[in-house]
Design a protein around this ligand. Structure first.
Ligand code: GDP
Ligand code: MG
Length: 383
């Protein structure tokens, strides 16, 4: 029996005594990524209750298995407030991926992302909501750098300059007119995110930039806010975030041809070549026979590449403990095939001795592509 014949929501049959839940989903889903924010979540929910008194809202905390018991704190609040939900992610890291997962887990027609550390001014949410609901924009960004907005209370001089530089880079590379493409505080119509979700990077910090770059026809408005100081806990922004950010810019500027991960993999590979040559030189100068020196240098470079890739390139899928060791076995085996494939291609191309470098470059490209594709699919496959 369907809705047309029963006049009730799909699947429910009152004649059979089914209960019909008539409460629809919220009008606004707020996604809050958290990593060790136990001391902040209760206060944030209290502030949301006050700021959103006239809106049907829900909040989804997406926690990357914080060690400080953040998820337990969220569940305590959820036990008394049905609008509070929790997602606990295990063995995964990454702000962008957490935000995306939270958005995709929710159903409200309008979604927002904000930090869990009280640095984002929740009193701006209702104004943002009115703009999106009223059709004034597809997305509203709460911006730190408009006339009345400020970041004075929260950032050190170095971070302010770094953030401004990153903003300029984003603006010129992506040709985005927005003032604060680095903001982590925004709201959008659900369809906007749904449409581009499969293409968004799950690594890194900057999901907003990624959504904006992937949705050229979107109508955006910015409203100012004061970026407040962190009350409890510590910032998780580290130097890797800067590297990931540059990777994201290059990925977007190349129309997603070059992914952040591939770029990192390539950079680690280039550093590995230097390690290989240094080790080879050192071992040869100690009088080791060439074959032995070459084998030892190769393993040193592989161990170096594997460890660096595990720590940075695939930091969100990092292998630990016993899995670290088995992963090295996989990596070494796959890369050995990469050498064979590279040598095969270069011998096919090596027809003219004066163009030796063409064959050499082709070997490096084929080897790198093989290593990247197979190791992404096997050694660091998403678990
Ligand atoms: N789920 C999840 N949340 C994160 C991660 N890194 C940071 N966060 C959260 O993202 C928000 C912004 O991070 P924060 O360290 O305050 O960045 P900052 O304000 O730029 O210094 C906070 O709510 C953090 O708890 C992560 O890897 N996973
Ligand atoms: Mg913060």
């Amino acid at each position: 029996m369907n809705q047309a014949t029963t006049g009730t929501p799909l699947g429910a049959n009152p004649a059979r005594g089914d209960a019909v839940a008539m409460r629809g989903c919220a009008e606004l889903s707020i996604v809050v990524p958290t990593l060790n924010e136990r001391a902040n979540v209760g206060l944030l929910v209290a502030r949301l209750r006050e700021a959103l008194a006239r809106i049907e809202w829900e909040v989804v905390f997406v926690d990357d298995d914080s060690k400080d018991g953040t998820i337990a704190a969220v569940r305590d609040i959820a036990a008394i407030d049905y609008r509070v939900r929790a997602i606990r992610r295990i063995a995964r890291r990454g702000l962008a991926g957490a935000c995306l997962e939270g958005i995709l887990s929710s159903s409200a027609p309008i979604v927002a992302v904000m930090d869990g550390d009280l640095q984002h001014d929740e009193t701006r949410l209702s104004a943002m909501f009115e703009i999106v609901r009223g059709g004034g924009a597809d997305m509203v960004i709460a911006s730190r750098y408009q006339e009345d907005g400020s970041a004075d209370g929260a950032m050190t001089q170095l971070r302010t300059s770094g953030s401004r530089l990153a903003t300029r880079l984003a603006q010129s590379l992506l040709k985005t007119p927005i003032h604060d493409p680095m903001s982590g505080f925004f709201m959008a119509r659900r369809e906007i995110v749904d449409a581009v979700a499969p293409r968004l990077s799950r690594q890194g910090f900057k999901i907003l930039l990624d959504i904006v770059a992937s949705s050229p026809a979107m109508r955006i408005k910015e409203i100012p806010y004061a970026f407040g100081p962190r009350l409890h806990g510590q910032s998780k922004l580290d130097s890797m975030v800067v590297a990931e950010y540059i990777g994201l810019l290059i990925a977007k500027a190349s129309g997603d041809l070059i992914s952040t991960r591939f770029l990192a993999f390539g950079m680690v590979g280039s550093a590995g070549v230097a390690v290989h040559l240094t080790a080879l030189h050192a071992l040869l100068s100690r009088g080791l026979p060439f074959a032995a020196a070459q084998t030892a240098a190769m393993f040193t470079a592989m161990a170096f590449n594997y460890s660096l890739n595990n720590a940075f390139t695939y930091r969100d899928l990092r292998r630990r403990g016993w899995h670290f060791l088995t992963g090295f076995g996989l990596f070494a085996a796959l890369c050995s095939f990469g050498v064979v494939a590279g040598v095969g291609v270069s011998s096919l191309l090596y027809t003219n001795p004066s163009r030796w470098w063409v064959a050499g470059l082709a070997a490096a490209a084929v080897g790198t592509a093989w290593n990247y594709v197979t190791n992404s699919a096997i050694t660091w496959r998403p678990r």
